[in-house]
Design a protein around this ligand. Structure first.
Ligand code: ZN
Ligand code: ZN
Length: 277
């Protein structure tokens, strides 16, 4: 940008109210010094007049100071191309930084939403866990009550076990007595069996003697009588002597009902008088 008076690069530029810009020294100061009349000069480009003095603000009320502007104003132009490129690079860097910040903002928003969702899930989980804790505490209370009940029951069972052991000792003593009784009964049974066999043997001998005498008598009668009498007559029945009955009355030892029950429970002996021979 060049000066309209000296046609060179602007040095300490001043701007007129019409907008044209000139060098302050010596171009515009020389113009004012040579052409101004009555504190007024004209723009050398568009011929518009402008005031060459600044009004004295001390004579004006303070409220009007902002309206009393100087006609000539300084301009600060920086037309260095290196500075412009620097500004462009700074602009590009700023735009890149803005884009980065925008992406960071989106990323932070997404992260914030994720954290909020996680916090909501954590809150739900905490509520669930608190409810579970309360239910577990109730269950623990119930378990403690049941444990104390079971402990009382165990104490009762221990007492009952002591009683049962005492009863077992008593029963063992009874069992020894019962074994002695059983041995005694076995001895009596074998003795009775031997006695029955001897009785059977004597009965059999008696029967054989009777039958031999009967045969002799029959032969004698056959010799005396006729054959028609033999055919018409019916044969006489033989008298059979049976062995003595073996009833329970033959037992000499009294058997009490508990003893019989105990013998039956042991599954051993049974009645000796009903066993097969
Ligand atoms: Zn100039
Ligand atoms: Zn002008």
């Amino acid at each position: 940008m060049s000066c309209g008076i000296c046609l060179e690069k602007l040095a300490d530029p001043l701007c007129l109210p019409c907008g044209h810009v000139y060098c302050a020294h010596p171009c515009l100061s020389g113009l004012v010094a040579t052409t101004s009349t009555d504190f007024t000069a004209e723009c050398p480009t568009c011929r518009e007049p402008f005031h060459t003095v600044r009004p004295e603000l001390a004579c004006l009320p303070k409220a009007f100071h902002k309206f009393a502007l100087p006609s000539l104003r300084r301009l600060y132009l920086d037309l260095e191309p290196s500075h412009q490129s620097t500004l462009e690079s700074r602009l590009a860097a700023s735009e890149a930084r803005i884009a980065t910040l925008e992406s960071d903002k989106d990323r932070l928003l997404r992260a914030g939403e994720q954290h909020a969702a996680a916090a909501r899930a954590h809150s739900r989980g905490e509520t669930e866990a608190l409810r579970k804790v309360s239910s577990l505490q109730a269950e623990l209370q119930r378990a403690r009550t049941e444990a104390s009940r079971a402990q009382d029951k165990a104490i009762d069972l221990a007492g009952r076990l002591v009683e049962l052991r005492a009863e077992q000792q008593v029963t063992a003593g009874d069992l020894g007595d019962a074994s002695a009784v059983i041995e005694d009964l076995k001895a009596k049974y074998s003795k009775l069996k031997r006695h029955c066999r001897s009785l059977e043997a004597s009965g059999r001998e008696e029967v054989e003697a009777d039958s031999s005498s009967f045969v002799l008598k029959k032969r004698n009668s056959d010799v005396a009588g006729s054959s028609s009498d033999v055919q018409g007559s019916t044969p006489k029945r033989l008298r059979v002597i049976r062995p003595l009955p073996r009833g329970r009355s033959s037992l000499q030892t009294p058997i009490t009902a508990p003893l019989l029950a105990r013998l039956g429970a042991q599954g051993g002996l049974g009645s000796p008088f009903r066993s097969g021979e």
